[in-house]
Design a protein around this ligand. Structure first.
Ligand code: ADP
Ligand code: NA
Length: 344
């Protein structure tokens, strides 16, 4: 098998919830440990966080917390390059170059942008879209994502279903660059999506929505740092349904109950149908007790590691520094090849 260069990033937006972990981050650890020949690069993408209003002090803390979380769940800086994207200005440099070969029309077709527009629709006139309050970064951040990937000449990018369109854009931009500057530089590889087998975790309070950090009710999500008691309380209060005779996996008719089964199956790494069969004779209370203890068993190690690592500021700084140096070296190789495009 040809060694891969794998890149993925996560924004420094507070402690990850169970959806982030089961849907994305746990897969990073699997990928890291899959094939020692692969070059694996994980980034805390602070530049991206600036598309939303940020309190500088909180952002500094969130960056450090996210680095500590990644170490705590098993990202190993000896096996992976782990670094802060915002410590490397070449991301923004390449993003600028790429933005100048990217038609705005393509960016306006991104569903992420359309969702922003929909949120900003004039309350009095639904047909009137008001862009004036949206910053340009919200339109162009998919180009920054392309730069994140292409800067390391990544061949594979683990993404959720929701990021597939952005990865397509990255391929598109790489292809445009390769055609436009044929001969003047080594070509970018076209990055391939490593689509994570989708484990979409739903809100514990509203199983019609996904578990999200932005939902108003903190009881709708379990954080990786929640205590056993907090986990048990949140699972106990999870919305299920009024069917009292047994447990079945039926996402459309029983979304809350099915979500609990999804969580349980993901925690014990089994097929959800097998888990449903095993739990068929339980009532909701028994299922919830089972789910709470499986979640607790999953997070107890990372939670303790997080507390330990977060207290070790010297270690965190050292990891950040070494990661930055490794990332800088790789990305400088790419940017030197693009030198004809630079003014100096
Ligand atoms: P949030 O929706 O809480 O803002 P992000 O958008 O920052 O989370 O997502 C970070 C990563 O976690 C992405 O790869 C995303 O696909 C994944 N993710 C987020 N929420 C869930 C969820 N409820 N279930 C599964 N994966 C999720
Ligand atoms: Na989000």
């Amino acid at each position: 098998v040809k060694p891969r260069t794998i890149f993925s990033g996560i924004q420094p937006t507070g402690i990850p919830h169970l959806g982030n972990y089961l849907g994305a981050l746990s897969n990073w650890v699997k990928i890291q440990n899959e094939n020692p020949q692969d070059r694996v690069i994980f980034s805390v993408v602070g530049w991206h966080a600036l598309t939303l209003p940020q309190n500088p002090k909180e952002l500094v803390a969130s960056r450090r917390d996210m680095l500590a979380v990644l170490l705590a769940i098993g990202i190993d800086p000896k096996r992976s390059i782990l670094f802060h994207q915002d410590a490397n200005a070449m991301h923004t440099e390449l993003a600028w170059i790429l933005s100048c070969i990217t038609p705005t029309g393509k960016l306006r077709r991104m569903t992420s942008w359309k969702a922003r527009l929909a949120e900003s629709r004039n309350a009095n006139d639904e047909s009137e879209v008001d862009e004036s309050m949206l910053n340009a970064g919200l339109l162009t951040y998919p180009v920054l994502q392309a730069a994140d990937i292409l800067l390391y000449r990544a061949t594979h990018v683990p993404v959720g279903e929701d990021q597939r369109q952005h990865l397509e854009l990255s391929r598109d931009i790489a292809d445009t660059f390769n055609r436009t500057f044929k001969g003047s530089s080594r070509m970018f590889p076209l990055p391939t999506a490593l689509i994570t087998p989708s484990k979409r975790i739903l809100s514990l309070k509203d199983p019609s929505a996904k578990m999200s950090k932005s939902a108003a009710d903190p009881a709708s999500r379990i954080l990786l740092t929640d205590s056993a008691a907090q986990i048990a309380a949140k699972v106990r209060a999870a919305v299920t349904d009024s069917i009292t005779t047994g447990v079945t996996y039926d996402p459309s008719a029983r979304p809350g109950t099915s979500n609990l089964l999804t969580i349980l199956a993901a925690c014990v790494d089994e097929d959800v149908h097998d888990v449903a069969a095993r739990c068929a004779g339980m009532n909701h209370g028994e299922l919830k007790a089972e789910v709470a203890s499986a979640v607790e068993a999953l997070v107890t190690g990372p939670r303790a590691e997080f507390e330990r690592i977060r207290g070790d500021v010297g270690y965190l700084d050292q990891v950040a520094q070494e990661g930055a140096a490794a990332a800088y070296e790789l990305s400088a190789q790419t940017m030197v090849q693009k030198r004809p495009l630079r003014s100096m």
